[in-house]
Unconditional design. Structure first.
Length: 224
């Protein structure tokens, strides 16, 4: 292995406050790298493609908790519904309903995060703050008994401007507090703020993150 996964993982974990959960983003990396992190005790991994995830799930230990972090088409939900632990990238009611439907078929509850669009980049998916409010106001989500909305996920703009990144995290944090109070005040499960990646997780943990998604800093650059 060219990358010292164990050493990198330790470095990242040491930089995290105890209450912040690490999702090791293993997309495009071989199973050997995941096994190396697993051997160090890491159990939560994130992937963004259904096919790739399926192959990895088949060979890796069953006590891994898999998070889906990429854009998810509704017609792909049925493939991951039997085993996925959390889907962090829910950006429509349609997708939420499909996850509920497929989870029901497998008699399980799937945890989800609502993905917000905060970054400037056009291509990044997610709900605007207003679209997220509208989804929650509409209310149908309350009838979905096989999804558990656990919080929000977002990506900051890809920039070296630490002030700007911090402002975006703070805006998301403020929004989290708003919807927590308005819709989830009595729901302890709604508690996760998933933000922070390799280049900005140290800023993220100072600005409200409870869950960071780190790939490159653990596994090295991805080979596409
Ligand atoms: C790939 C990816 C990450 C990890 O990015 P790194 O820069 O490699 O840490 C985090 N979140 C999402 C949504 C991703 O797609």
């Amino acid at each position: 292995m060219e990358v010292d996964v164990a050493k990198n993982l330790k470095t990242v974990l040491q930089a995290l406050p105890k209450q912040v959960q690490l999702v090791a983003i293993s997309k495009y990396h071989p199973v050997e790298y995941i096994e190396a992190a697993y051997a160090e005790g890491q159990r939560v991994f994130g992937e963004s493609h259904e096919q790739e995830l399926k192959q990895k799930v088949a060979t890796l230990p069953k006590d891994i908790k898999w998070h889906f972090i990429g854009h998810l088409q509704t017609n792909k939900v049925k493939y991951i519904a039997p085993y996925i632990s959390m889907i962090e990238s829910v950006d429509s009611l349609k997708l939420l309903k499909e996850i509920d439907k497929q989870a029901t078929k497998h008699d399980r509850t799937i945890q989800v995060l609502l993905e917000l669009h905060v970054a400037e980049e056009e291509t990044k998916s997610g709900l605007s703050f207003d679209a997220c409010r509208a989804l929650l106001d509409e209310g149908e989500w309350r009838q979905l008994n096989h999804v558990q909305i656990c919080g929000i996920m977002m990506m900051a703009t890809n920039t070296d401007d630490a002030v700007k990144i911090a402002q975006e995290f703070d805006a998301a944090w403020h929004f989290f507090d708003e919807i927590k109070q308005q819709y989830f005040a009595n729901d302890d499960a709604f508690c996760q703020r998933s933000w922070g990646m390799s280049h900005d997780y140290q800023i993220a943990v100072q600005h409200g993150s409870t869950m960071v998604r780190v790939g490159t800093n653990i596994f090295g650059p991805r080979v596409y």
